[in-house]
Structure formats: C-alpha cells, structure tokens
Design a protein around this ligand. Structure first.
Ligand code: PLP
Length: 391
C-alpha cells in the first residue's frame, strides 16, 4: 500500500520505542500451549501463560471441542441476538450461573469486550465510575467509553476509595470497579472492604476475576468465594475463559435485571458474532474439570510456596502475592529486558512487563505458575533467575 501521510511520525515513534527498550513483537509458538513449548523454533520452559490449571490442551476438552464442531460446524455465523446463540452457548450460560451462584450469566466473545460492554451499558452521563489505578486496561477503557465521571484511587487504598466515593456523592449512580486478582501484581483485591465502602455510599461493585476464577475460592469459584461472600450479596462478576479455563471468551454473572439490560444495551454483546459454539462446548467440559479437580489448585499452591521460598533465599524482589502470578520487580526497563533475554538464553520464558502496562520504574518479570509445572521446573527457574542476575 502507499505510505500514510503521517508515516514519518509513526516510524519515529517506533524508533523511540526501540531505543527505550519498550518495543514488543509476538513470538511464534508451534504446537500445543503448555509448560514445555516450542517458540521461534527453540524448545522452552514457559512461565508466562495464563493457563494456570494446565487445561488449554487437556484431551477431554479437545474431544468436547471436536465433537461440537462435528455437530454444529466451526463458526457461530451470527450475533447471539440473530441466529448465533447455540445450544452450547445456552448450556454454558446456565452452567456458569450455577457455578457463580448468580441468577444469570451472559457470554461475551472476550474479556476485553465483556468489560467494555458491562460498564458502558450500566452507566451514563451523570454517573461516576471509581476504579483502582491498577485495573486491567479493558476496565479503564470501558470507563472511558461511558460518559460517566472517571475517578481513580491508588492501588487497593481504601481510604482514598472512601474519599472518591464521597466526592462522587452527587453523581446519580456510582460503580466501584476492581480486578479481583490484579493481573500484573498477583495480589487479591480487599473485596470485603470494597463492598463495605460501596454499601455505605449506595454504589454498585463490579469485580473482574479474570485471574481469580479457577484459581482461588472453593472449587475455583474465585475471589467472591475466597472471601466467603454469599452469592446473594455478591458484586457483578466478570470472568474470562481464556485463562484458567483454558478455552476462550468471557462471561458476566449478575442478577436477571443486569443481564437483561446487557442483552439490550451492551454494544460489545449486541454488535458482534457469538464465539464459535465448539468453544462453549469445550468450556463446559473445562468447567467440570475446574470444579472437580482440586488437585490442580493444590499443586499450584505447593509450587507457589516453593517459588517464593526459593526466590526469597536468592534475594529477589517479590510482591505480596499468594496467587500463581509471581512478579519479580527489576525496576529499570532495559535491565528487565536484559534479564528476560538472559533467561531465554537458558531456555526459560517469562513475561517482561514494562510501562505503560505497569507504572514507571517498576518493570518486572511476570512469572506465572501452572498446575502443569513440576517441582523440578521451579528449581530450574530459580537457578536460571540466579544466573540471569535478577536481583
Ligand atoms: C486478560 C484479562 C482481561 C481480558 O480478557 P480476554 O478474554 O483475554 O480479552 C480482562 N481483565 C483482566 C483482569 C485480564 O487479565
């Protein structure tokens, strides 16, 4: 194609990014997702997927997917409100409602779209949305889509949440929005406190539990269950299905009125093709494994303990996380990149997370553990971190 009129500007911005150590490119993975993968033609031990329970390539889930393709074909062919809503979508929505203990659940094609849709559909001009500053980009973007006033509070700071709620006292409606498990830090949001503040100010609460479902709570029921909050007083919950569930898509769980409102008004639900029915079929099988196989969560907890103990002995800068997201803070962007590359040279892959995904001077290795890792894998990771100079 011909060059854009502002081609030079873009290409200068790309060069600046490279010089700053912020340039990113996707790698090519061959074969199944898992712990031992082939990336860019080389074998690697991966600590950077969100497949926390090791379900992405589970044989039962693959079989469920294949059977559904035989019955229903590859694509859904239309949006849910036209003819895209299949038997498998309906069954999965019912199963997810039961799993969360909420009256209804609604499927979205991705978590990003669920967050855009739910915030935009429930708030409008004259309302206020109050978000933790470290919330996932899709929540912040969802807030920006609405004409509601945007307020943010420093990470997990309940005094400032209280202040923001107070500042928003004259808004028509208020909604507090938070990750359940923070995607880059791994810590769990102080949900009981958030709920108490919200109640006091007659605010709604929306919890995005992308990294909580499957991983924490009774039978993997997420952060609401982790804190023993009864479903009847639970916040609106968003869950993604591409992480611990190992498939793809997302859902919102809430009461009848919220879900019916989303069906009418959430633009990222209405104006998009339903996910392929086979993905929903695969998720139905995955949901059963998530609920039944507690050993996966037990294995994760054992690996988390092993990693944190070993990392502390190496003097690494850990964060207060009890989840499979175990960041090691490096600080400087280029040093983080160099440590990431040194690990890769030893055949170990971790996420190297730099601004703007995380705050300035907090570049980090985002290490994620999976139930498919072994104790030996974690030993290898620890010795590679030592050699790579991660402290
Ligand atoms: C990954 C993630 C999303 C987006 O979900 P996708 O299904 O990948 O689009 C939303 N929120 C949080 C906290 C996430 O980590």
């Amino acid at each position: 194609m011909s060059q854009l009129p502002w081609h030079d500007e873009l290409s200068a911005a790309l060069a600046d990014r490279k010089a700053a150590g912020l340039y990113r490119s996707p790698r090519l993975r061959l074969g199944e997702q898992g712990v031992n993968i082939t990336v860019d033609g080389r074998p690697a031990l991966s600590f950077c997927s969100n497949d926390y329970l090791g379900l992405a390539a589970h044989p039962d889930i693959k079989a469920a997917f294949q059977q559904a393709v035989d019955k229903e074909g590859a694509g859904s062919g239309a949006a849910h409100l036209l003819t895209g809503h299949s038997f498998y979508h309906q069954a999965l929505e019912e199963a997810l409602a039961e799993f969360t203990g909420q009256p209804r659940a609604l499927l979205f094609s991705t978590g990003y779209m669920a967050n855009l849709g739910v915030i935009d559909a429930l708030l409008s001009r004259g309302d206020a949305v109050i978000q933790d500053k470290l919330n996932h980009a899709s929540l912040l973007d969802g807030g920006r889509l609405t004409e509601a006033e945007q307020l943010r509070y420093p990470h997990a700071n309940m005094d400032l949440l209280h202040k923001r709620l107070h500042n928003a006292a004259r808004a028509r409606h208020r909604m507090v929005v938070s990750d359940g498990v923070f995607s880059m830090d791994g810590d769990i949001a102080p949900l009981p406190d958030i709920m108490a503040h919200a109640r006091q100010h007659r605010a709604a609460v929306l919890i995005d539990d992308a990294h909580g479902f499957g991983v924490i709570g009774k039978n993997g029921r997420g952060s609401v269950s982790h804190f023993n909050i009864a479903p009847a007083s639970a916040p609106i919950q968003v869950g993604t299905l591409g992480k611990a569930f190992g498939t793809g898509g997302a859902f919102v769980a809430a009461d009848e009125t919220v879900i019916e409102t989303l069906i009418q008004q959430a633009r990222s639900y209405v104006y998009t093709t339903a996910q392929p029915p086979a993905v929903a079929a695969a998720t139905l099988t995955s949901l059963k494994l998530v609920e039944q196989e507690d050993w996966r969560r037990e294995q994760l907890q054992a690996l988390i303990r092993q990693f944190r103990l070993g990392a502390a002995q190496l003097g690494l800068d850990l964060m207060p996380s009890e989840t499979p997201i175990q960041p090691v803070v490096i600080g400087d962007d280029k040093k983080a990149l160099a440590v990431g590359q040194a690990l890769e040279a030893q055949g170990i892959l971790v996420g190297v997370i730099r601004p703007p995904t995380v705050p300035r001077n907090s570049a980090r290795l985002r290490i994620t553990l999976s139930a498919s890792h072994s104790e030996k894998d974690v030993d290898k990771l620890l010795s590679a971190l030592e050699q790579a100079g991660a402290h």
